[in-house]
Design a protein around this ligand. Sequence first.
Ligand code: ADP
Length: 395
Amino acid sequence: MSSSNPLLRPRPPVIWSYGIAVLSVAAALIISRLPAVHLQDAPVSLFLCAVILSAWFGGVGPGLLATSLSTLAFNYYFLPPIYSLDAKPEEIPRLVIFMVSALFVGSLSAAQRSATESLRRARDDLRKTVQELQRSNEALQAESRERKRAEEASRQAQADLARVSRVTTMGELTASLAHEVNQPIAAAVTNANTCIRWLARDTPDVEEARAAAVRSAKDGMRAAEIVSRIRLLFKKGSPQRELVDINEVVREMIVLLRGEATRYNISVRTELAPELSPVLGDRVQLQQVLMNLMLNGIDAMKDVDGTRELAIKSQRVENEQVLVTVSDTGVGLPAQQADQIFKAFFTTKSHGTGMGLSISRSIIESHGGRLWAADNSPRGASFYFTLPTKVEAKE
Ligand code: ADP
């Protein structure tokens, strides 16, 4: 159905269509009257060709005109006149048959042309639709690329904000952290001195000296471990997903925040479910969530009388999820504003930023979990978060 085919050109103007009908019938007549053409059926075939051609190019009107002209010409030039002496009545059916055949092939040709035209129009429409679809597909792809870039930028901004908040918090904890690091260093020094004393005896006690040296080395390692954990929290890096043992994260944060708790006479209690499935997540971000919740708990208990206990519990719950609870016996959630605490910049503290809980919630949600809070009975508040374990995260 190529448009370069002359037979498939679009229809000519009406005047041309009728002109083609007249010319094609005239041409058929001239050819069939040429002395060289003496075949008996040649005029019939040529007139039928003229009708087909006219109906094809012009449709029904020109087809009918060609049929009428052909019938007249056929009757006039190729049949003896009815009233003449050599008139043959048996020729009348021949004329009728010719006329009926001309009408039949003419209408077939017109119908075929109109079907071809419809197909051409449908093909053009389809081509247009495909082009439009391609254009909208390209626009959608561009939009999707743009959205991905925006999402990436937003993720990066969130990670930067989380890091700034982490660094600020760590900065505020400097005194406690220094204390936490100093303790093992002081113990290492004491043990090293003990070792020297055992060796400086008249009869050096090598066994005791070795034991003291081993203790000193262990203390040094503990200090180095704390420093490396602190460094990790300060580090700038893009979020990374790895298998994380949530109980280990809890223990690590207790090591870092024990000094702060001790400073305010707060006891830390843990209830960690053994053999929890690992969570697929970013270790530093999860540490940050626990740090925020634990520091908030400590803050809430700083000024209360009575028991000051920070309890951290981990447990397996339905749907292959891990539930972590951080409870305190502090002042409790701010009255009438409990639903505000996860909003950015909401704070009831004179030096608060109001970002801790909002960042924590976005971290937990980006891990496919939930973070919420409730009042504790008889006193204090509890913060809960769930995280999908590796199996669930995979699904
Ligand atoms: P900030 O600690 O800087 O105020 P957060 O987003 O961490 O920011 O906390 C927002 C607010 O939520 C706090 O100011 C406090 O009013 C409330 N809140 C958070 N944790 C506790 C808690 N353990 N007990 C009582 N109130 C809390």
